[in-house]
Design a protein around this ligand. Structure first.
Ligand code: MF3
Ligand code: CO
Length: 248
């Protein structure tokens, strides 16, 4: 069942989204060679709590940290650890917060110091694919219009879209219906209506689309060891352009 959010619920989603955006800003500013992913997780937690919100990933299905911090070939769900960022790494933050019972969820990938041209292109294409997708995120369109736009943009650049993980509806729960694939599944998907809230989150690999989950049960890596980037925002469908709750 897809929940349609009313005006007061949308207001709460904007508040949650703003906290997520502030945590992203702090995490990005803290990036430097030598900082551990655990230290970054703690900075994220502090911003979320200082703004009256709760980190929504903590303990979600047993997830052991506040945010996901995924380096290089880690696609998503990197668990913060003692790993120290190195010059040339790319690092993705995936952050969720809940305010007054409503969620925001967003991810972004950044370089650590100087990074290769290939890594920068991957980051840029991943972010741009989200914005290509949301050109179609308008009442009356189909969910697959978003998915197809993301896939076509990414594949035209020579990268691949991860298929094993998808975006999702969001609201009172971190994950709600519908699933939001970043590729065409062969189905048109639901029609979009004003008040639908979606977390759209392309996960893009330099190599092929195959991924593996490590023994910890969380960490998703590219099977071929290639670099991967992630970009996500929470949006709300309207009759015109969508509201993006997780950007400042
Ligand atoms: N943005 C991710 C998602 O939508 C975050 C979930 S990580 C978890 O699935 F730890 F909360 F599971
Ligand atoms: Co998400």
């Amino acid at each position: 069942m897809i929940n349609i959010k009313n005006a007061s619920e949308i207001e709460k989603m904007k508040r949650a989204g703003r906290v997520v955006a502030l945590a992203h800003q702090a995490a990005k500013e803290a990036i430097r060679p030598g900082i551990t992913t655990k230290e970054l997780d703690e900075k994220i937690r502090k911003v979320i709590v200082a703004n009256g919100a709760i980190p929504s990933f903590k303990d979600y299905n047993g997830y052991p940290a506040n945010a996901c911090v995924s380096v290089n070939n880690v696609v998503i769900h990197g668990i913060p650890s003692g790993y120290k960022l190195c010059e040339g790494d790319i690092v993705s933050f995936d952050i969720g917060a809940v305010v007054d019972g409503f969620h925001g969820d967003a991810a972004a990938t950044h370089g650590v110091g100087e990074i290769s041209q290939e890594a920068q292109n991957l980051i840029d294409v991943t972010q741009a694919s989200f914005f290509e997708g949301i050109k179609y995120a308008t009442e009356g369109n189909r969910l697959s219009d978003i998915s197809i736009a993301i896939q076509q943009f990414v594949e035209a650049k020579g990268y691949s879209v991860v298929k094993d993980f998808v975006g999702h509806g969001i609201g009172r729960n971190l994950h709600e219906d519908p699933e939001v694939p970043n590729y065409y599944t062969g189905r048109r998907g639901t029609r979009l209506y004003a008040g639908m809230a979606l977390a759209i989150e392309p996960m893009i690999n330099v190599g092929d689309d195959e991924v593996e989950v490590l023994e910890d049960g969380w960490t998703v890596v590219t099977a071929d060891g290639s670099l991967s980037a992630h970009y996500e925002n929470t949006i709300i469908i309207t009759k015109n352009e969508p509201i993006i709750t997780t950007l400042l």
